[in-house]
Design a protein around this ligand. Structure first.
Ligand SMILES: Nc1nc2c(c(=O)[nH]1)N[C@H]1C(S)=C(S)[C@@H](COP(=O)(O)OP(=O)(O)OC[C@H]3O[C@@H](n4cnc5c(=O)[nH]c(N)nc54)[C@H](O)[C@@H]3O)O[C@H]1N2
Ligand SMILES: Nc1nc2c(c(=O)[nH]1)N[C@H]1C(S)=C(S)[C@@H](COP(=O)(O)OP(=O)(O)OC[C@H]3O[C@@H](n4cnc5c(=O)[nH]c(N)nc54)[C@H](O)[C@@H]3O)O[C@H]1N2
Ligand code: SF4
Ligand SMILES: [Mo]
Length: 748
């Protein structure tokens, strides 16, 4: 145990709030105290962050490996035995059925070092293409749409500190009062500065209560809403013609598609009135600058990529992207939701946000890994498709950082697939519902017990520091991968290439990412400690030309920019308008050859070959499952402030359970009356996938045609028993946010 203050970051969401850890006075564990120097949260924390040390306690966590005994129970075992069993289990299946019969499932909460090592382990040691992760269930539609339009996906292309200085923010399907409470500060400051807030959510959430205008569309209809707004932009002559001409491609087709979506038609689809739609367009278009921020509401749809694309089109048509204090951004969710999608645990990806299908990327990464590029497998299945293939094509699974028995769509089916595996190994800090099904459970260290980097929702790479010793009996995920590589890798130097020291892994990640879209090569642990984080891209080869400030380091692209002189003028003006950036530390004078990092992307050009953004023409289509006579109500799902994700961690914290003890079904009084249900009565929600039961929570804050359930709990009230695994064709995101259900009264 160190006895000084350790500045670090929260283990949970993508804000990655700064916090200080100090040794607890009674000598057991650590306490959280305020860390005011981190700009994102300036000391503020939500209840989850404040109580995070409770999950470090041995009382709630795993401190010994567990193996499945002959009798079927999980019993304690030594690390040697447990690792031998995992290596034997994975190796046996690989030998018998081939490498692609072994799957790997990762998580967006894993540090960059872990995500990187996991992807490398799958491709180099197991030789399998079958790796994906829970980020597929999170922001993958926004990532796909961002990459399609801008040539690059970074959740926010600007720091959070820009938000209060813009003119209008549209928050689409985002409820930060529950999901990122310290974010509220930015909204409050926006309003103090005279800016306005529009919230698009089928529920009048606590976030919507802050809005100047709340639009409450039917779940699954955001695409129509955005198209209707674009229609009005054109009809009212609010298009930024010069911007569209100079900085975009593809407007004509997009314009034509929008013109086919009449506001009256949009009103019928969405339930949002034409006057409200007009008011939203006015509020968004009148100020100098404006932003659209999406979260899971519009993204977790079987058309999430097109839906986010439609919101991006609205930004492009009005000149609100790649300009100071304007832009489209996605509020990424998990602690390392950003970095977790950049370094190779995704089915189609290599480190540095490179494509697995790109021969140059394969050659570069294979070079760093010391293997022949031809030995790297191709892209594998997406997360749901991988889970759906378990027990059939994929017979063994190594799982790290996710709890799909609770969090995957059509969860009863997924649970049954997991049970049908020949072999399952789970690394976790607690005995999650998924770990409880494993053949071997490996207990691992967590945030405060290990050092590592995460990349927050702004693209700011951060250093989490070890603040206390882990309990005896646990090892880090990196040690697990090292131990398995040593057993499975073969060769003369087994385990080589899987260091257990996070900084050593990061040094290799720097090289692997060098020259890629998410270039970390200029970032070191030392810089992260000194600078409170560094925004990627941050190449190693020194700063951009003097005076050009932070600019995207697309070295190869930069040469064919349309007109570099114009671009630089525009950028200088743009930079003058921006607040000082704390991340641009003065102590790195330009001569030192240190790249300052890139807080703001796209100000002079987008990351496409020609520097222009792409309009992608989209049209409205209905949810994969619309209400009918048998299933007449729409179910949507989401979160409450006191529980996190599958609840594996937060359901083990008394204070959080007291605040949010269990699942519920939020429904409108009219629906409750028809059902004959009073507040607190058990209600059954039935979909084509299954049936869940939870107490009624009756409120006029939800549309009468919609019910809402949070997804944090297993068992009878598990929301994901009901959800529809219909996938977006591009991002392979399941439709968590809209499916058809019927309600039944439950007689006690
Ligand atoms: N307390 C808490 N905080 C968290 C998490 C957590 O589990 N608990 N998880 C973290 C993670 S990984 C993520 S991804 C983020 C998620 O953060 P958010 O996206 O803010 O969370 P959700 O509650 O999933 O969805 C947001 C809102 O979308 C609305 N919605 C539902 N259907 C639709 C629709 O069709 N259209 C629109 N426009 N809105 C719709 C819901 O009513 C909900 O209020 O939160 C992060 N922070
Ligand atoms: N119906 C519905 N379902 C949803 C969503 C929704 O809105 N509605 N949202 C989706 C979204 S956005 C997400 S992100 C997913 C998240 O759902 P999950 O992927 O289940 O996420 P967590 O519950 O955070 O699971 C993380 C697990 O890893 C463990 N863990 C924590 N830290 C570490 C570590 O360092 N190493 C290892 N090995 N394990 C660790 C935790 O104890 C926990 O068991 O849920 C998705 N499911
Ligand atoms: S808002 Fe997110 S990062 Fe901040 S304390 Fe809460 S869970 Fe942690
Ligand atoms: Mo997420």
């Amino acid at each position: 145990m160190q006895n000084t203050v350790t500045p670090t970051h929260c283990p949970y969401c993508a804000l990655q709030c700064g916090m200080n850890l100090t040794p607890a006075p009674d000598g057991t564990g650590v306490e959280v105290s305020e860390r005011a120097d981190f700009p994102v949260n300036r000391g503020a924390l939500c209840g989850k962050g404040r109580t995070a040390p409770a999950v470090l306690s041995s009382a709630v966590r795993l401190t010994s490996p567990l193996v499945r005994s002959e009798g079927g129970a999980l019993v304690p075992a030594s690390w040697e035995e447990a690792l031998d069993r995992v290596a034997e289990g994975l190796g046996r299946i690989r030998a018998r059925y081939g490498a692609d019969a072994v799957g790997v499932f990762g998580g967006g909460g894993l540090t960059n070092e872990k995500a990187y090592s996991l992807g490398k382990f799958a491709r180099v040691v197991l030789g399998t293409s079958q790796i994906d992760y829970n980020g597929r269930f999170c922001m993958s539609s926004a990532a796909a749409a961002g990459a399609r339009a801008f040539g690059l996906d970074r959740g926010l292309p600007f720091p959070l500190e820009d938000i209060p200085r813009t003119g209008c923010v549209i928050l689409v399907g985002s409820n930060p009062v529950e999901t990122m409470p310290p974010f509220l500060r930015y909204v409050t400051e926006l309003k103090q500065n005279g800016g306005t807030l529009i919230v698009v959510d089928p529920r009048r959430t606590r976030t919507a209560e802050q809005a100047d205008l709340h639009l409450a569309p039917r779940p699954g209809t955001d695409l129509a809403l955005a198209l209707g707004m674009l229609h009005l932009v054109v009809a009212e002559g609010r298009t930024d013609e010069a911007y569209v001409r100079e900085r975009t491609i593809g407007w004509e087709e997009t314009r034509a598609a929008a013109m086919a979506h009449w506001p009256e038609h949009v009103e019928r689809i969405t339930g949002v009135s034409v006057p409200a739609l007009r008011e939203a367009v006015r509020m968004f278009c009148e100020p100098e600058a404006a932003m659209v921020l999406t979260a899971r509401g519009p993204e977790q749809q079987a058309k999430g990529t097109d839906t986010v694309g439609a919101w991006i089109n609205l930004c492009l048509a009005t000149g609100r992207a790649g300009r100071p204090l304007s832009g489209y951004g996605c509020l990424t969710g998990q602690g390392n939701g950003q970095g977790g999608r950049e370094h190779g645990q995704k089915a189609d990806q290599l480190p540095g946000y490179r494509k697995l299908t790109d021969p140059a990327a394969r050659a570069h990464v294979a070079g760093v890994w010391g293997v022949d590029p031809d030995t790297l497998p191709g892209p594998g299945r997406s997360a749901y498709e991988l889970l759906d293939a378990l027990g059939a094509d994929v017979r063994a699974l190594l799982l790290m950082g996710s709890n799909p028995v609770v969090s995957a769509p059509r969860a009863a089916h997924v649970e049954e697939r997991i049970r049908s595996l020949d072999f399952l190994a789970v690394c976790d800090v607690v005995l999650s519902e998924t770990a409880a099904l494993a053949d071997v459970v490996l207990p691992v260290t967590q945030w405060a017990e290990e050092t590592g980097t995460t990349t927050n929702l702004e693209g700011r790479v951060l250093l989490r520091r070890r603040a206390l010793d882990p309990p005896e009996g646990v090892r880090s995920d990196l040690e697990v991968l090292h131990g398995l590589a040593a057993r499975l890798g073969g060769g003369r130097n087994p385990g080589k290439g899987f260091p257990t020291d996070p900084e050593e892994v990061f040094e290799e990640l720097r090289r692997a990412s060098a020259g890629g879209p998410a270039d970390y090569s200029g970032i070191t642990y030392r810089r992260l400690a000194e600078e409170n984080g560094v925004f990627w891209p941050c190449p190693a080869d020194g700063p951009p030309a003097a005076g050009s400030g932070p600019r995207p380091a697309y070295a190869a692209d930069a040469e064919d920019a349309a007109d570099p002189a114009d671009a630089e003028d525009a950028e200088d003006a743009a930079l003058d308008a921006l607040p000082d950036d704390p991340a641009r530390a003065d102590d790195h004078d330009a001569g030192a050859g240190v790249h300052p990092g890139t807080p703001r992307l796209f100000l002079d050009r987008f990351a496409t070959g020609d520097g222009r953004a792409r309009f992608v023409s989209v049209s409205y289509r209905a949810a994969a499952e619309e209400p009918d006579d048998e299933y007449p109500v729409l179910l949507t799902t989401g979160r409450v402030v006191a529980q996190y994700q599958s609840g594996a961690q937060t359901r083990r914290v008394d204070e959080l359970n007291a605040a949010a003890p269990g699942p519920f079904v939020e429904l409108h009084p009219r629906l409750a009356e028809r059902l004959g249900a009073a507040e607190g009565d058990p209600v059954a929600v039935v979909s084509r996938r299954g049936r869940a039961v939870a107490p009624a929570r009756i409120t006029t804050a939800i549309r009468p045609d919609t019910v809402f359930m949070p997804f944090h709990w297993p068992g009878e009230g598990r929301a994901n028993t009901l959800t529809n695994p219909a996938l977006d064709p591009v991002s392979r995101m399941p439709e968590f946010k809209a499916c058809a259900v019927r309600l039944e009264a439950v007689r006690p």
